[in-house]
Design a binder for this molecule. Structure first.
Ligand code: M6R
Length: 364
């Protein structure tokens, strides 16, 4: 079943251009460049607040989506990890939409949070990869990701498909609320349908990433930095590395470095910086300089323009295609997945079945 691939995780990373295209087929109409969601039988324009709840990688997809819901639709978003959500007595007002994101649709904490929201009058939407799952059955609106079965314990293709669905949902909500006009909707759709080709272009750098994995494999700690919608990608990169290579890793918002974690920096700590060129680039570069001034070993992941500006002095660089900021989180997922994958291969760990982890966490 793995075909020519050595591991399911590798196969699933490579499936992303295809499965993201498959998912987008159900959420956008190419002919008239419009967002096309499944039948929604409640009034989307009446949604006043969104609550997003998920765990792990699915939670990071939710963090990216918060940017989209707020910038496109101007609807305030609360987001929580499921294990914290229920016990903090969240204020759930009428007119709220609660979105649960889960590959399996069975994660116990997320399911319990869903039931809590349902009891408290929220409209329930689920973004799930398993359409027959408990979370799908209990939802008012099911938004399936069409990633196909994900076998590797480390989630990869489910994540990028979740992002595709959430971007389409955010645009749809923005249209329903009158915050996005037809031309803007078409622009969003045009960018989304560029994602599969951009994912392929990112995968083209697999060999470069494999070549630099031996630089990271001996590290005891690794930091990942990103800003804006790429901050959750830094968290995702760190989670992937922890899960399968057992290297301690942390993701940080670039600007937060100087408030503490910079104390950890020395020649032994690789710092992976995710920074597509754009309005936030200069700021991230200055955070990167702070790291380098303390002997930090920086790996910069950026596009050609960003690398030309700031790539000198890094221990390695990874070039990404030059993409619109909307799809950057999907594209930048690829290098962090591949980096974790190759480091794990160098270390000889069990990539698909890492120790202590289960694919689906059905206990609280
Ligand atoms: O099935 P779910 O999306 O609800 O799973 C949530 C997390 O358990 C999951 O994303 C976990 O963090 C992965 N192992 C990450 O690679």
């Amino acid at each position: 079943e793995k075909g020519n691939y050595r591991h399911f995780m590798q196969k699933e990373i490579y499936e992303q251009p295809t499965v993201v295209a498959q998912t987008l087929n159900s959420y956008v109409r190419q002919a008239d460049e419009s967002v096309a969601l499944p039948q929604i039988d409640f009034d989307l324009s009446a949604i006043k607040r969104i609550t997003i709840v998920a765990c792990g990688t699915s939670f990071y997809a939710g963090m990216v989506a918060k940017y989209w819901f707020e910038t496109f639709a101007r609807v305030p978003v609360d987001i929580d990890v499921a294990s914290e959500f229920r016990y903090r007595e969240p204020v759930l007002e009428e007119g709220g939409l609660a979105i649960f994101i889960s590959q399996s649709g069975e994660t116990a904490d997320t399911l319990a949070a869903l039931r809590h929201c349902k009891e408290n009058g929220q409209t329930i939407a689920t973004v799930v990869n398993v359409p027959t799952s408990s979370m799908a059955r209990e939802a008012d609106l099911i938004l399936p990701t069409h990633a196909g079965p994900e076998i590797g314990v480390a989630s990869t293709k489910a994540f990028t498909c979740q992002l595709a669905v959430l971007a389409a949902l955010a645009a749809h909500l923005a249209v329903a609320k009158g915050k996005m006009n037809r031309a803007e909707e078409q622009e969003v759709v045009r960018h989304l349908i560029e994602a599969p080709a951009a994912l392929n272009a990112a995968l083209d750098h697999d060999d470069d990433i494999a070549a630099m994995a031996p630089l990271i494999a001996p590290a005891r700690d690794v930091l990942y930095l990103g800003r804006g919608p790429d901050y959750p990608l830094a968290l995702e990169g760190a989670l992937k590395l922890k899960e399968i290579s057992y290297i301690h890793a942390e993701g940080y918002a670039s600007g937060e470095m100087k408030h503490g974690p910079i104390a950890l920096i020395d020649e032994e700590v690789p710092v992976i910086v995710l920074a597509p060129s754009g309005p936030l680039f200069e700021k991230t570069v200055s955070n990167m300089e702070e790291v380098r001034a303390r002997g930090g070993q920086v790996v910069l992941i950026s596009d050609a323009k960003g690398l030309a500006e700031a790539g000198d002095g890094c221990i390695a660089t990874i070039e990404m295609p030059d993409v619109h900021p909307l799809i950057a989180p999907l594209v930048y997922a690829v290098p962090v997945q591949l980096l974790a994958y190759h480091v794990a291969v160098v270390k000889g760990t069990d990539v698909d079945q890492p120790r202590n982890l289960a694919k689906s966490v059905t206990v609280e």
